[in-house]
Ligand binder design. Structure first.
Ligand code: SAM
Length: 270
């Protein structure tokens, strides 16, 4: 699949605006692709293949279908030249129709994500796409928030929303020196498995409204927050869920947030 008999490619300088920090360490590339557990014939979608650091390792596993979303046209052209079987979609991963990935196709999604869009993109993907597993590299701080358990400083709306949809595992950290150009930050690779009982689109909207309400005032007690929002019957709601009104939002687990969002009045959608 890999067509590399031509002379070495002369790439344009990396674009900071597109978060272009290219992986140059083959061991890290291998570890990321290994975490996808690819079988011949699998359907793979790669986000931001760039200069093809991961692409080469995926292509070697003989995927049945391999789609790549790349926003940089020059890099997309080069990828098409090198990988004739790769279907390159030119465009913004943030506006891609994630709901078009059907459950029966068992997609495996991979990407060393541009840091500035990683968290909203993962939020979108876990709530819209069907996938068998996903492996993403993100900035370490974002990775810690995505994988955080309740009670800690990193735990917030992102952790709850994403973990309500998917099981999240921080696999390993990646130091800056394995990229060109080198970023100033450490990175982390995370793996995601969709939960079988993922919230419906409607429930996901309610959950995100609930999270916005709670984590905008995370230092306050839940009772105070709900009272200030004029939610009638909030004490009964909390007691039904065995939640003490003096608890702060970060003490609730994803399941409790999901249950709370279902009890809030129907007009609560922001
Ligand atoms: N996968 C390559 C690697 O590991 O070396 C490149 C990773 S680089 C961090 C991010 C890649 O995503 C770049 O190729 C960049 O052009 C592309 N990109 C940036 N923003 C994007 C977007 N909104 N949609 C799709 N691709 C994007």
């Amino acid at each position: 699949m890999h067509n590399n008999e031509n002379s070495p490619v002369r790439y344009a300088p990396a674009k900071r605006s597109l978060g272009q920090n290219f992986l140059v360490d083959q061991n890290i590339c291998r570890k990321i692709v290994h975490a996808l557990d690819l079988k011949p014939g699998d359907k793979v979608l790669e986000i931001g293949p760039g200069r093809g650091a991961l692409t080469r390792h995926v292509a070697e596993r003989a995927p049945g279908k391999y789609v790549a979303l790349e926003m940089d046209d020059a890099l997309a052209d080069e990828l098409e030249r090198q990988y004739p079987d790769l279907e390159v979609v030119r465009g913004d991963a943030m506006t891609f129709d994630w709901a078009s990935l059907a459950q029966e196709d068992g997609w495996k999604i991979v990407g060393n994500l541009p840091y500035n869009i990683a968290s909203p993109l993962i939020w979108d993907i876990v709530s819209k796409a069907f996938f068998a597993r996903a492996v993403f590299m993100v900035q370490l701080e974002a990775g810690q928030r995505l994988a955080a358990r309740s009670g800690g400083r990193d735990y917030g709306a992102l952790s709850v929303f994403v973990q309500s949809h998917a099981e999240v595992e921080l696999l390993f950290k990646v130091p800056p020196h394995v990229f060109r150009p080198q970023p100033k930050v450490t990175s982390a690779v995370l793996r995601f498995f969709l939960r079988p009982q993922r919230p419906t689109q409607h429930d996901a909207l309610r959950l995100s409204s609930t999270l916005r309400m709670c984590f905008q005032q995370r230092r306050k007690q839940l009772g105070t927050i709900m009272k200030s929002q004029g939610i009638s019957g909030y004490l009964e709601m909390l007691s039904t869920l065995d939640i003490d009104p003096v608890q702060r939002p970060e003490t609730l687990g994803p399941e409790q947030f999901r249950a709370l969002s279902k009890l809030l009045p129907p007009d609560f959608l922001a």
